[in-house]
Design a protein around this ligand. Sequence first.
Ligand code: ZN
Length: 311
Amino acid sequence: MPLLRAFVCLALVASPALAQVPPKPFTEPLMAKADEVPPKPFTEPLMAKADQVPPKPFTEPLMAKADFHVHIKADLTLDEALRRSSADGIYYGIVVNGGLSFPISTDAGLEAFLAGMRGKPAFVAFQAEGREWVRLFSKQTLEKFDYVFTDAMTWTDDGGKRMRLWMADEVGTITEPQAFMDTLVARATGIFANEPIDIYVNPTFIPAVLQADYDRLWTPARMKAIVDGLAANGIAMEINNRYRIPSAAFIRLAKQAGVKFACGTNNTGAADLGRNEYCIEMIRECGLQPGHFWMPPPDGRKAVQRKPLLK
Ligand SMILES: [Zn+2]
């Protein structure tokens, strides 16, 4: 610990950019958690990371010590989220949503969020909503985030109906569940192939009217199409605490295919932000090791830097 503090102090003194970061992140209990993080977190020169604050220097997978999908929503303020992150020893990825018909639909909105997160001890993430986002935002702004993710919950079916799968009124009655599932798989794999995302979140989510049949509708062939699409495109799969998805069978298949995992919650407020309970259950049940886990990519290797926004 004294050594760690010495490094941090040295970096603070030596680096003008880091000196702009509020001193607060370095004096909170979060720093004490650094000792518990897997070895070698500080083998890279801290000076080179001058514009970053913890937890960004950590390159070893954090497994359930990170929740990469935390929204500042309803009664959860940023200060409260950071306090809880520190108290629980779980690093957060603080996420802003953006897309067509969302309050944020331009670079300017994202830049304002980024400015508000500067110097905070958390990862900063962008959640792309709907399929139109690739035309709304620029690479120059998106690459300032630690990572970008999306889900397959908003898409347009073959009849031209745009749906958000968590909205019962938009989904309506599903008369042909098998055909619906085939369309969902086609849309999801299309997203994996075409959109520059780092993580597939709320993965394998199906509308409430179908959820009782999750295991039957996610046939081995459909599961395989999803995990193969993720593997082929270097996209990680979230293990989602709030929805408790994907299933253990799905996770085992993804593990076999070499897909990396990221714990995430997608909370709606303070009450449903836990401590990665489902992710921990799945780590045990599926025998997941640190090597099976994703970490935010270094600059230059982010999905928006590896793949074009428009294909
Ligand atoms: Zn979300």
